[in-house]
Ligand binder design. Structure first.
Ligand code: ZN
Length: 289
């Protein structure tokens, strides 16, 4: 097989899935990026808006989110056994790249010089909505340095933080996976949210408008409808929310669901329930089997 994937059957068809969400920082967040002289910096992106305005925005890079998701799967508890990563002998960066591994078969794996398993889940978005730059905060000396270098004068360090309340529109896309394979992605997406960020504090939530969580899940063979992706030019959180709801085509939905030929969409609470159902399947089929 050119793709390295096994044949599947009519009971386990391969389909595409997308998750779209607006995430909200519940408190200040630090994502290790680079260190300048005693200042730990976070990652920002620079862009020019549609109106020609220069902007610099906070950013949750999709690769960092992907890393946290993979870690959640590695650390998932297997019933009466060791953690999933230990059971599969699959970690970071030493992935097992086995087709039977519930992590590698969707997130991909690499054994250098031996085998490569191409990942079928990709991550997008992450550019903050509000035009708010990270703030620097004074932090105490790192405990390790206090112990090891107690003869030197301690040098406190500063750390930048993404400020709370920033919205981050994000998306996950799965290419030709079975429902069972998608269940790992659903579990990882939900389980990673409280664990996003380096050090402490951590955590990000699915933002809510007055009526619903800002979340959309698509399962399809034909990409239909509009994709709820927010322009990085947008700086107004209210506009971002109303755009997300408009693009989700909630007005065409019955009970927050859209069903048409080769395309299904769940919006808001229905999308959250759908993801939670898939995450339960992952626990039943993989962790508790
Ligand atoms: Zn693996």
């Amino acid at each position: 097989m050119a793709t390295g994937l096994e044949k599947t059957n009519s009971k386990n068809p391969r389909i595409h899935f997308d998750i779209y969400a607006i995430l909200e920082g519940s408190q200040e967040l630090y994502f290790g990026h680079e260190v300048q002289v005693n200042v730990n910096l976070v990652e920002t992106v620079k862009l020019e808006s549609k109106e020609g305005q220069s902007l610099e925005k906070c950013y949750i890079s999709p690769t960092k989110r992907r890393g946290v998701e993979r870690r959640c799967l590695i650390w998932a508890p297997v019933k009466n056994d060791i953690l999933l990563g230990d059971q599969r002998n699959c970690g970071i960066p030493n992935t097992c790249a086995e087709l039977e591994c519930p992590i590698c078969r969707v997130y991909g794996g690499l054994v250098p010089g031996k085998k490569t398993l191409i990942g079928r889940v990709t991550h997008g978005g992450g550019v903050g909505v509000q035009d708010i730059l990270p703030q620097e905060k004074q932090r105490a000396m790192h405990p390790a340095k206090l112990v090891n270098k107690n003869e030197e004068t301690p040098i406190p360090f500063k750390r930048e933080y993404n400020q709370p309340g920033i919205f981050y529109p994000v998306s996950n896309h799965c290419l030709s996976v079975t429902d069972s394979e998608f269940s790992a992605v659903a579990y990882a997406f939900l389980d990673s949210l409280p664990r996003i960020g380096s050090g402490n504090p951590k955590g990000i939530a699915i933002a809510e408008s007055q009526t619903m969580p800002l979340l959309v899940v698509d399962r399809y063979l034909v990409p239909k409808g509009k994709r709820p992706i927010i322009s990085p030019s947008e700086t107004n959180p209210e506009v971002a929310i109303s755009e997300f709801i408009r693009l989700s085509e909630l007005d065409k939905a019955t009970d927050h669901c859209i069903q048409s030929k080769h395309f299904e969409r769940w919006i808001g609470d229905a999308a959250l329930e759908k993801l939670q159902d898939y995450a339960c399947d992952f626990v039943d089929e993989i962790l508790e089997k």
